[in-house]
Design a protein around this ligand. Structure first.
Ligand SMILES: Cc1ncc(COP(=O)(O)OP(=O)(O)O)c(N)n1
Ligand code: 3NM
Ligand code: MG
Length: 198
């Protein structure tokens, strides 16, 4: 399954309702600190929105709810992996994306034959506090060389101006959060991303 080159990430389904119809073909719902009932309701809405727009929906963290709700794709970080049932995810037919930040994490991820691997933070991020220093663009080339044909996602401090450098270094796809959500016009920003990555 090939990934669209533009991979926006949002923390509430309201963002998907507003922005996916602009032409987004790959999106992550990254909900934090909500009840299971609320998460389930948001996932149900997100599935409808994405199905109507032919957009691939990736659910962050909540692999069990995603499985129960018939979702097609989940994203897990290294801590999430400690508690996830990978066999259940695979038996349930879900595709799997994984986060990596160093070579040990990359080896762990590759052993699970994921559908993509994300490397971050490529640049400093203001979204969340991370123990990882910025990786830099060159690290994407290192990952590319170690990953065979597994798709590579660049994340962390990404912007349109920085995207081409990530692609040139070997990324297949660029993920972004605050470049869109903190923009004065998220709609215009999404249109700009789409134009720059198509
Ligand atoms: C595409 C993509 N890459 C990395 C992450 C981060 O996942 P994780 O390390 O589990 O951290 P949280 O996003 O859960 O805070 C991601 N969500 N998506
Ligand atoms: C959620 C997330 N994961 C990262 C990682 O490196 O694993 S960086 C990141 C935040 C991305 O947000 P922004 O585009 O606003 O920097
Ligand atoms: Mg996570």
């Amino acid at each position: 399954m090939s990934l669209d080159r533009f991979y926006p990430i949002f923390d509430h389904v309201d963002w998907l309702e507003r922005l996916v119809p602009l032409g987004i073909k790959l999106v992550q719902l990254r909900i934090k600190d909500r009840s299971d009932t609320d998460i389930k309701a948001q996932i149900r809405r997100a599935k409808k929105i994405c199905a109507a727009q032919d957009c691939t929906l990736i659910i962050n963290d909540y692999w069990k709810i995603a499985l129960d709700e018939g979702c097609a794709y989940v994203h897990l970080g290294q801590e999430d992996l400690d508690h996830a049932d990978i066999a259940a995810i695979r038996t349930g037919g879900m595709a799997l994306g994984l986060s990596t930040h160093d070579k040990a994490e990359l080896a762990r991820a590759l052993a699970l034959s994921p559908d993509y691997i994300a490397l971050g933070p490529i640049y400093p991020t203001i979204l969340k506090k991370m123990k990882w220093h910025e990786q830099g663009i060159d690290r994407l080339s290192t990952w590319r060389g170690l990953m065979g044909n597994t798709p590579l996602v660049a994340i962390g401090g990404m912007s349109i101006a920085r995207a081409q450098g990530a692609f040139d270094a070997g990324a297949d796809c660029v993920a972004a959060v605050t470049d869109i959500t903190l923009n004065a016009s998220p709609e215009d920003r999404v249109r700009e991303w789409l134009a720059a990555t198509r």
